[in-house]
Design a protein. Structure first.
Length: 171
């Protein structure tokens, strides 16, 4: 899949975001050592006091949505394992929310097929707000950590990887 096809896939998602009233911008992600790829960037506001960047991009028939919720360099090293463990527990407890880590930073992510309906995409996309809410509540209650905005953070850490299916053969 090339740049132009990925951009076309994002046009559909852009229409979904328009229908939801979510402002976004088109932005190429990557740097000199990585291939640039098209993405949509929007900001999720939580309780009028936190802003989190959301990056949306396409790989093959999938749309990937990544929301940076915590930069790891903002944590004392002794807390990192506890926070990662908490995220794994939340993954287990919350069926629609997936926490992940990239270069140590913590994200909430969703994946949807390019061919998803508006209703399906919306249901998946709304899990970001649930994940942020529960993440902040747990961080503040268990660890007394103040969550800082990730709005405007560098997006060069986002990497696209082809999906790998072990034991499954596409026909």
């Amino acid at each position: 899949m090339g740049y132009d096809e990925e951009k076309r896939n994002l046009e559909k998602i852009g229409q979904f975001l328009d229908n939801l009233g979510i402002p976004f911008k088109h932005q190429d992600i990557g740097n000199k050592t990585e291939d640039k790829f098209p993405a949509l960037v929007c900001t999720y506001r939580f309780e009028e006091k936190h802003n989190f960047d959301v990056i949306i991009f396409s790989v093959e028939e999938w749309i990937h949505v990544k929301c940076l919720v915590l930069k790891i360099n903002r944590l004392k090293s002794k807390l990192r394992c506890d926070i990662y463990e908490m995220c794994l527990q939340l993954n287990y407890d919350l069926p629609e929310v997936t926490f992940s880590a990239n270069k140590g930073d913590i994200y909430i992510e969703i994946d949807a097929l390019v061919e998803s309906s508006f209703e399906d995409f919306t249901a998946e996309f709304q899990s970001i707000s649930q994940g942020i809410s529960i993440f902040i509540e747990n961080i503040q209650n268990q660890y007394n950590i103040e969550i800082l905005d990730t709005n405007g953070e560098e997006h060069t850490g986002i990497q696209r990887k082809k999906r790998i299916f072990h034991g499954v053969h596409k026909k």
